[in-house]
Design a protein around this ligand. Sequence first.
Ligand SMILES: [Fe+2]
Ligand SMILES: [Fe+2]
Length: 255
Amino acid sequence: MFLIYPRREKKKVSLKGAVQISCNSFFVYREDETGKTFLRAPKDKKSHKYVLKRMVKLNPEISSLLGRYKIKPSVDTKTLQELTGGHMNETCKIALGVYSILSESVKDGLEMSVIKEASMLHDLGKVLIPSKILNKPAKLNVKEREIMNIHSVLGYELLKTQKISEKTLELIKYHHQNMKHSGYPDLDENNLPSAIGVQIVSIADKYSALREARVYRRKLSRVEALLILYREVREGKILPEVYNALVKYAEKFDK
Ligand SMILES: [Fe+2]
Ligand SMILES: [Fe+2]
């Protein structure tokens, strides 16, 4: 006599989106048959790699963008850990500091939650950039620079399928833009992102990067970092009000 057992259904796990930002990390909802689970960076490496792989699958634009440079999508867990544990978190702290110092008239109704989300997630696209480019201990060549510069669009594409506001997504996409519009990627003149939002995330990103050691240079002092950014104020790339808010923040919280 044969006993026929019902075939066990494979557990379906779907990525329902909704990236949630806390004050020092981000969480991603995963929804299975039993309900929602929170995943957290940077401790839960395996789950984050899984979630990011799902994000790549959800948006074919990512593979096609990387395919132009003959790069296969692959998530670098080490980069993810370093980013979430350090630079993105630090950028978020600085961005919120600058935001809170700026006057309401300059902020022009921009919500703090948008700045928080965008600064916490701004470099997520770097997890798809090959580490030999990301960690090259020398100047990048033209081709490598081109690949490196797609990280902001990759971050935007990764998060586009998640429940994230359009305002936040735009700041992630354009966090390397400036007031002269000479950054990257090119702006869509018919659909410009919040200029003040881009300025806040961008100055926080730059200051945070300058205050960290890189494989190709030492960590800069507070004064050195502020002087470099002041040059950009003179070039018309950074708004003086935003720069002054950063100086106030740095004098108080970055001693
Ligand atoms: Fe970036
Ligand atoms: Fe960054």
